[in-house]
Design a protein around this ligand. Sequence first.
Ligand code: PLP
Length: 361
Amino acid sequence: MQRTHDFIGKNFGSAAGYILERMNNLPDLSTLDDAAALVHRSVPPTPQYAWPLLQGLAGAELWVKHENHTPTGAFKVRGGLTYLEALRRRAPGCAGIVSATRGNHGQSLGFAARRQGLRVTVVVPHGNSVEKNAAMRALGVELVEHGDDFQDAREHAELLATRDRLHMVPSFDADLLLGVASYWLEFLRAVPGLDTVLVPIGLGSGVCSAVLARRALGLRTRIIGVVSQHADAYARAFESHAIAAAPVATQIADGMACRIPDAQAMDIIWRHVDDIVRVDDVAVAEAMGLYYTATHNVAEGAGAAALAAAIKLRDRLRGQRVGVVLSGANVDLDVFTRAVAGNVPACGGRGSALASLRQPS
Ligand SMILES: Cc1ncc(COP(=O)(O)O)c(C=O)c1O
């Protein structure tokens, strides 16, 4: 379904359509800058640091974009702000919104909806992160637990949308990408000459907004998506050029636990993303430990996946200027302590990189 609307004074024609159209119809720099200005009214730009203890490990000049330093602890908040601003303009009478999430998207909507005076209902699967659930409730979200996985939660959210006449917020949408692209504008401008960036993929808003920002800034930075080896639907679709469901078994990267790729996201990824790599839970857990030991930042599983991939690809990236996104910090304490202790299912103990950091000097 296509819709015509206006966003911060710009008419995109068909918002759902522009991400499906050819490269020359992707949003231009002034559109992305306007979206970034809206985001920055509520979320200051996050820092990017080249942590000395990470340099040798990746074999590259490694820059970390700290999306763990937003007011919700994850990059998603940026997309919520632009999505709800666009919604306010096209549906001023909207009484409330509903969505499904494993957590960071829900916090984003809670944060943004408060600014618009909108009621928010979020459906999460049973067994969802306790701390993400608590954070959403603290933002005023009405939380509903339903089903065993994200797909079940999404179907229930659609039902609630019809029953209660709520607007259903998707997890992948043009108006989300516009906000998320603001972190890429910050990063790509703050660190000129990035050869390669590594981005975790759940449904694809992070990686697709990297495409938008790279193109708008006229850069040639390579974009590599990162998926969990235990939830690799996007990597399979990238390789086979066909969309199909894949099993989800990751224990620690819930932000990347996607069963079926989004067709619009894949359309952008097929045409503009350079590669997609897989990282397993052991490597992700090790990267969580590394972030803590080398930078004293907490990363959730999805937040550490790009660093895990940089280490995996160290031979390929050697000598390059590389950017990784620490996309979120919202991990339950028990999951974090088990991960940094190397105690993940199928985890045979700490790998060499973390162990080397912990050697007495
Ligand atoms: C911390 C974190 N990183 C990465 C992702 C993946 O983002 P996307 O769904 O935009 O691909 C998510 C998604 O929820 C997330 O929460």
